[in-house]
Write a protein that binds this ligand. Structure first.
Ligand code: CIR
Length: 254
């Protein structure tokens, strides 16, 4: 069975971190409605959703993906690259402790889960403004005994590695080649985003189905033409906080 840990949208979301986007007003009611729809979509795929209460003082705390990396054998609690996000770790560690042995990224390491793409036993980590070499080395040391290899990957132009590339089928990655090089992922097939839809590479693979935002119709068509089964969600309001669909859950097997 799959569990998803989520967290309700903070009333402080308007004060979120922004790196590549201009600040725009975020409608809390719309963001919450879209987030509920996202949770419902996960439930429709058989995922057991465990929502945590909103964190009033932590604007970005809905983006739980950044706070942990969960593999079958263990979980790593990150040390987020943005200082405003470091206090998000305590409650996520508590939520994961019943399910996994926990490892912790230590200073000077910084890591956001949005930079971590796991494909079977290969773990790719974006070398971004949020995640550094020290964290990549710590991850490698934690996970080597479970048979994982951890590799740093250069990204540019976007916040996280998973802004640029995510997995959409066992052997296929959805990629924006302007932000990450395909040569980093040997042995994989690729579907490119439509160049006019730069943010379209972020999708959540659940079993054989992909949860995908409604905002990228041209890339959506490419996915459908490749025979990928999609469940479409509205994610436009949290996109103003530079968050995408992977960011809003930590999904793992139990
Ligand atoms: C941040 O800058 O940290 C948030 N405003 C957005 C985080 C999005 N998370 C993700 O892509 N995994």
């Amino acid at each position: 069975m799959l569990i998803a840990i989520t967290r309700h949208v903070s009333p402080a979301i308007g004060k979120c971190e922004l790196t590549h986007l201009e600040r725009q007003p975020i409608d809390l009611a719309v963001a919450r409605a879209q987030h509920r729809q996202y949770e419902a979509a996960l439930k429709s795929l058989g995922v057991d959703v465990h929502p945590l209460p909103a964190e009033v003082d932590l604007p970005d705390s809905v983006f739980v993906e950044d706070i942990a990396i969960v593999v079958d054998e263990a979980a790593i609690i990150t040390r987020p690259g943005a200082d405003s996000r470091k206090p998000e770790t305590e409650s996520i560690a508590k939520a994961l402790a019943p399910y996994r042995k926990l490892f912790y990224i230590q200073a000077p390491g910084t890591l956001d889960g949005g930079d971590v793409l796991t494909v079977r036993k290969d773990i790719y980590v974006g070398q971004s403004s949020r995640s550094n070499q020290a964290a990549i080395e710590q991850m490698g040391a934690f996970l080597a005994s479970f048979g994982y290899t951890v590799k740093g990957v250069k990204v540019s132009g976007c916040l996280h590695l998973k802004s640029a590339v995510t997995q959409v089928a066992a052997d296929t990655l959805l990629v924006n080649p302007a932000w990450v090089g395909k040569e980093n992922f040997p042995g994989m097939k690729f579907i490119d985003v439509e160049p006019s839809e730069a943010y379209a590479a972020n999708a959540v693979l659940v079993g054989k189905t992909v949860l995908y935002p409604s905002s990228y119709p041209k890339t959506r068509l490419r996915l459908e033409e490749a025979g990928i089964r999609l469940v479409i969600v509205e994610a436009s309001e949290l996109a103003k906080a530079e968050g995408a669909v992977t960011c809003c859950s930590l999904i793992f097997k139990v």
